[in-house]
Design a protein around this ligand. Structure first.
Ligand SMILES: *[C@@H]1O[C@H](CO)[C@@H](O)[C@H](O)[C@H]1NC(C)=O
Ligand SMILES: *[C@@H]1O[C@H](CO)[C@@H](O)[C@H](O)[C@H]1NC(C)=O
Length: 359
């Protein structure tokens, strides 16, 4: 009797509890189903963490600081000016998570762009240590900059002078997972013998080394602070080893970053849409950065003559001693939109930058 009485008294309470329990269980189930559904939409990038195609997740939404490593060579300078012009233009466009900007100038002395572009001067490696391979200075530049600068943003984009922002760039990183562009020519598994010299078996499978370089990468500042000294150390050891130096050549320092981040257990979200590389990528579309590292050579009929100097051409290496002239001629009809966009972007910047060809 007493028991039943008691049960009678508590049952409304239990019912409420059960109702809540049911509600939450249903709610969780529903969100799980919704999550699964959104996961299954096929996208063109890949998440190494979940091993699945990725839906658009913008958990962080936090601003990132743009860090541009550069030298004081005329060749670096004109590219930096164009890069900074497009940063300023895209920074406040809706969809952009860009914060501040710093040119990390690793040639040791102030140069003529100090007033035009926010710049922090850092030291180059001690004489001879880079063995003429200038980009070895990049990790050392980041180590110094992170140590001396006060950076407001929680995230950092590592950028290079030959990058042009063509769409507002959101923070592609997710929490502790940085975002990177996958380079087809960085193949850790195919170079296992060499990679293993720096990423020993006990650290994990060789595929933990992402097919990337340090740029473009958006990464939490606190994580880059851990990786940068290792990146420097690994790169120097690689350069010091003739077998590694020979095998990796000009991409050695990219492997240096990829291996250093793997040593810290960091995996990158690989975003093919981070960047496009004319002339191979023919459309800008929704991609974010034009990387103009390849020469663009065409006949006047608009046919690509890659490897042979074209009747029409744009190649950054034509301008080693100083900036390209203003108002470069546009490509002939039939040339891909990406190349047209590149030349128009260079022209727009040079037209609007005072003292373009006299600085
Ligand atoms: C790299 O680090 C190792 C140990 O962690 C050290 O023995 C070595 O001297 C460092 N190399 C360079 C080039 O800094
Ligand atoms: C740019 O060059 C074209 C010819 O290639 C010319 O028609 C045009 O007027 C020039 N524009 C400027 C602003 O100089």
């Amino acid at each position: 009797m007493i028991a039943r009485k008691n049960m009678g008294r508590v049952s409304p309470f239990l019912l409420v509890l059960l109702a809540f329990g049911f509600f939450f269980a249903t709610y969780n189930l529903l969100t799980l189903v919704m999550h699964k559904a959104s996961k299954s939409t096929s996208e063109e990038w890949f998440d190494p963490v979940t091993k699945r195609p990725n839906e658009v997740r913008r958990e962080s939404n936090a601003k990132f600081h743009v860090a541009l490593t550069a030298t004081d060579a005329p060749y670096s300078k004109w590219q930096c000016r164009i890069m900074y012009y497009w940063y300023k233009k895209m920074k406040d466009v809706p969809g952009s998570d860009m914060g501040g900007f710093t040119r990390v100038l690793h040639s040791g002395n102030p140069d003529s762009l100090m007033d035009e572009i926010p710049t922090v001067v850092v030291d180059p490696l001690p004489e001879g240590l880079d063995r003429g391979y200038i980009v070895l200075n990049r990790p050392w530049a980041f180590v110094q900059w992170l140590e001396k600068a006060t950076i407001e943003e929680e995230y950092i984009l590592m950028a290079e002078p030959d990058h042009i922002f063509v769409n507002p760039l959101p923070n592609l990183a997710h929490g502790d997972h940085p975002a990177a562009f996958p380079f087809f020519y960085i193949k850790p598994a195919e170079n296992e013998k060499i990679v293993r010299k720096y990423y020993p078996e006990e650290k994990g499978p060789v595929n933990n080394v992402d097919p990337i370089g340090n740029s473009p990468v958006i990464i939490k500042k606190s994580i880059l602070e851990k990786i940068a000294p290792t990146w420097m150390n690994v790169s120097l050891r690689m350069k010091d080893d003739p077998e590694t130096d020979k095998a990796f050549g000009w991409v050695l320092e990219m492997y240096g970053y990829a291996i250093a981040s793997a040593l810290h257990g960091v995996r990158h979200i690989l975003r093919k849409d981070f960047m496009l590389q004319p002339p191979w990528d023919v459309e800008v579309g929704k991609k974010f950065i034009i990387h103009y590292t390849y020469g663009c050579d065409y006949t006047m009929k608009g046919e690509l003559t890659y490897g042979k100097i074209g009747e029409w051409r744009f190649d950054k290496r034509s301008y080693l001693q100083g900036p390209p002239p203003r108002n470069l001629s546009l490509p002939p009809p039939g040339v891909p939109e990406s190349v047209v966009r590149l030349v128009k972007s260079v022209n727009e910047a040079s037209a609007n930058i005072p003292t373009w060809d006299t600085l």
